[in-house]
Write a protein that binds this ligand. Structure first.
Ligand code: PHB
Length: 390
């Protein structure tokens, strides 16, 4: 008798526990954040994770009655690993959103999983133009290389630069940077005598820079992914390219705020085009930079951080707007068309392309209060991805 009672009681208890568990599950909203936390792209992972956590600390972890759970996974920037992690996050963890993606191949490898599972994929870092076309579930909060490269190609010829050699990492974003810079620069009357490509993994810039020195163009246009800029700058200066009268220009990846302070005075005067500078003069950005530094022992947020921070905003607002109801399609619909002020300036998710429309700033490296910054001196407003403009 006693035994049977005990048995019934435990069955009841287990059932009750199960019910509590499933209610708890229903009230959790999971974001699978896949980032390169180790390896060559580790600084991107560190920046985005820190920014996502800052956003949550500032905005709370409950939205529309759901508790936000961030699940961070390290893909070591190997696309096969990204894909496997995305699959596990969708199938086992049942995440509501996939986010992160430090490099283009990782974002592309995940696209079919986003499509098949109808899970929104928020691309916070990768920047090849075509990424958003790989799945109707992709939304981007970073930037595109054509946005920055075209802006530089318009500025350079008006500022005494008539011949340019391009040097890019040999994969998606580098090829975009090369193509869009070159086409626009030539259209504007400039000449590109040579286009050089370096491998993404473990590049040795020395032989390429020697070639540039021999060609002696007015400027060298560079794209390398975030984290590789300091190595280019070091070798550029060691070879005395600046003294030989060759200017360094590029997209803002090369004067990455994360590394800029360590590049030294040789970086002074380098002009780049980009969507975010730590030095962007707005009240919102000042607050962002301060809070980010405070939470991360003085670390500066770079353009990767801002992509992560705004990506979280897009997810939070989509959840709020869809009132915590509905699946991936409802979330996606609420991500499209979002318009808001970011630490980078005004930002808009184009409902048609799901890509970011934003200002591109021309910036010059200057010393301010003893530190090196990319100081904005001109703005090209509301730039859509030229890779999609027909
Ligand atoms: C990319 O792989 O798309 C990528 C990575 C780092 C950057 C820009 C683009 O700084």
């Amino acid at each position: 008798m006693q035994k049977r009672f005990f048995l019934r009681a435990s069955v009841l208890a287990i059932t009750a526990m199960g019910a509590t568990y499933s209610i708890a599950q229903e009230n959790v909203f999971k974001i699978g954040l896949i980032l390169p936390m180790t390896g060559q792209q580790a600084s991107t992972g560190r920046q985005i994770e820190a920014a996502a956590k800052l956003y949550m600390a500032q905005n709370g972890d409950t939205v529309a009655g759901k508790k936000i759970q961030l699940i961070v996974k390290d893909d070591t920037s190997i696309p096969d690993v990204t894909k496997r992690l995305a699959q596990e996050l969708v199938v086992n963890d049942k995440v509501n959103v996939l986010a992160g993606f430090g490099i283009t191949p990782s974002a592309l490898a995940t696209a079919p999983i986003a499509t098949q599972s109808k899970t929104p994929q928020v691309v916070m870092a990768a920047a090849t133009s075509s990424i958003t076309q790989a799945s109707p579930y992709i939304v981007r909060t970073s930037f595109t290389l054509p946005q920055a490269a075209v802006s530089m190609a318009d500025w350079a010829p008006k500022n005494g630069i008539k011949t340019v050699v391009t040097l890019v990492s040999d994969y998606g974003p580098g090829l975009d940077a090369e193509k869009y810079f070159k086409e626009r620069f030539q259209f504007n009357g400039g000449q590109v005598p040579e286009s050089l490509r370096v491998p993404l993994r473990g590049p040795d810039f020395a032989p390429f820079l020697q070639k540039v020195r021999d060609l002696k163009p007015d400027a060298l246009f560079v794209f390398v992914p975030s984290g590789a800029g300091a190595a280019v700058m070091k070798q550029f200066l060691e070879r005395g390219m600046d003294k030989a009268g060759i200017k360094l220009i590029g997209t803002g990846d090369v004067t990455d705020d994360d590394q800029l302070n360590d590049m030294g005075d040789g970086a002074l005067g380098v002009v780049t085009a980009h969507h975010y500078s730590t030095d962007h003069p707005s009240a919102l950005n000042t607050k962002f930079v301060e809070a980010f530094g405070k939470a991360n022992s003085g670390l500066r947020p770079n353009f990767m951080a801002v992509g992560g921070y705004d990506g979280m905003r897009v997810i939070y607002e989509a959840l709020r707007a869809s009132k915590g109801q509905g699946g991936g399609d409802a979330l996606l619909a609420a991500m499209k068309g979002q318009i808001f002020e970011s630490p980078r300036g005004p930002m808009f998710i184009d409902a048609q392309t799901r890509d970011v429309v934003q200002n591109i700033y021309m910036r010059k490296v200057e010393r301010k209060n003893g530190q090196l910054y990319n100081v904005e001196f001109a703005v090209i407003k509301d730039v859509k991805d030229p890779g999609k403009a027909k």
